[in-house]
Design a protein around this ligand. Structure first.
Ligand SMILES: NC(=O)c1ccc[n+]([C@@H]2O[C@H](COP(=O)([O-])OP(=O)(O)OC[C@H]3O[C@@H](n4cnc5c(N)ncnc54)[C@H](OP(=O)(O)O)[C@@H]3O)[C@@H](O)[C@H]2O)c1
Length: 342
């Protein structure tokens, strides 16, 4: 359980679209846990800090190895909710021997952090959490996969509203992917491929029956799910709903469809479909994933504090626990099977 003597969790980017939601979720889960919002504009973050209680805002300078923080500063974890090209935030966490969470690294981005971890493997637990919706989708998928003895294929689809783009940091990352990295990673018939042309798109049926053509996206879920199951096909495709076609009066919403094919315990082959919908911007679920991960890393839920190591969310969190929490937080999760198409 948390105590007043616990050092604060440093959430760099804690005042952003994801960060403010992550901080609020963490506060809801851990009323006593001190939180420091690490930002450039402290003025903007201070009202959130007051709203949270037990929180303060501090200026962060990612250009410096000490992050521009006083020498006396001490944290229980460093969570970075923006792309830190310098990795100074990771160096800082390793120097202090505290858990580190990276949240904005795509599958092609993780080399530098992995190398830094390999260099100092015993200093900190390092969580690579650049997964779709803060790891919650990979964990939900693994939960749903439990009805199979062997999983053959995992196809994840998502529909976002055009307006649901996150803050400036998220928009910058999307632009980075679009410009600099043309091909998404898939596992296709047992082989990892950087998909091109038609292979990078896939048709799927949305929650309300709408047909979508999605495009694969280079998030870490593909490698996590490929490593955690024996699936020969794993992919994740996004479609964007134009503002004009959003269901009227419903505001922003998004949906995730998880389709699994495999062999059941009784030896029959089957395909199931699960749907997750949530009424908040997509960053809401992402933020909940961050909060659950921080709680776990610190040993405030699900087991003792996590030891130094290189981690993905599925190695830390119980899939069943995460699905229960998501329901508590208001996400709607529905099993819609058998799925006949395909
Ligand atoms: N893994 C996932 O599930 C997932 C999901 C959604 C988004 N993301 C990623 O999460 C990140 C945040 O997205 P967002 O929509 O929350 O963006 P955002 O609203 O622009 O938030 C960015 C936050 O970072 C702070 N910040 C920006 N540059 C900084 C710097 N150089 N030093 C210190 N603080 C800085 C901002 O405060 P100041 O302006 O005051 O500095 C703000 O608090 C993006 O990288 C996005 O790609 C990941």
């Amino acid at each position: 359980m948390s105590s007043n003597t616990q050092k604060p969790v440093l959430i760099i980017g804690g005042s952003g679209v994801v960060g403010s939601r992550a901080a609020k979720t963490l506060r809801r889960l851990q009323p006593e846990l001190p939180i420091t919002l690490g930002v450039r504009d402290v003025g903007k973050a201070q009202s959130l800090a007051r709203e949270l209680g037990g929180a303060e805002a501090m200026t962060i300078n990612l250009e410096r190895q000490d992050l521009g923080l006083p020498e006396s500063a001490a944290f229980s974890a460093v969570v970075v909710l923006l792309k830190d090209d310098s990795l100074n935030s990771m160096k800082y966490a390793q120097a202090k021997g505290v858990p580190y969470v990276s949240f904005s690294d795509f599958v092609f981005d993780i080399g530098p952090a992995v190398a830094r971890y390999i260099q100092h493997p015993t200093r900190s637990p390092v969580l690579l959490l650049g997964h779709f919706l803060g790891g919650t989708v990979t964990l939900a998928t693994l939960h749903f996969a439990r009805e199979f003895r062997r999983v053959e294929a995992i196809e994840i689809s998502a529909v976002f509203d055009e307006d649901d783009v996150g803050g400036p940091a998220a928009r910058g990352d999307t632009e980075r992917v679009t410009k600099a990295v043309p091909n998404p990673l898939l596992l296709q018939d047992g082989k990892f491929r950087w998909a091109q042309g038609d292979d990078a798109t896939r048709e799927f049926v949305g929650v309300d029956g709408t047909k979508w053509r999605g495009r694969a996206y280079p998030l870490l879920d593909v490698v996590s799910l490929a490593a955690a199951t024996d699936a020969r096909t794993v992919r994740l495709d996004f479609a964007v709903r134009e503002a004009a076609s959003s269901p009227s009066g419903q505001g922003v919403s998004h949906e995730v469809i998880i389709e699994l094919t495999g062999e059941r315990e009784d030896g029959t082959t089957g395909r199931v479909r699960h749907e997750i919908t949530d009424a908040d911007v997509h960053s809401g679920l992402s933020a909940r994933g961050v909060a659950l991960a921080v709680e776990r890393l610190l040993g405030l839920a699900g087991g003792p504090p996590v030891a130094p190591g290189l981690h993905h969310p599925e190695g830390l969190l119980s899939p069943a626990y995460v699905v229960e929490r998501l329901k508590d937080f208001g996400a709607r999760i529905r099993r819609a099977s058998p799925q006949l198409e395909g």
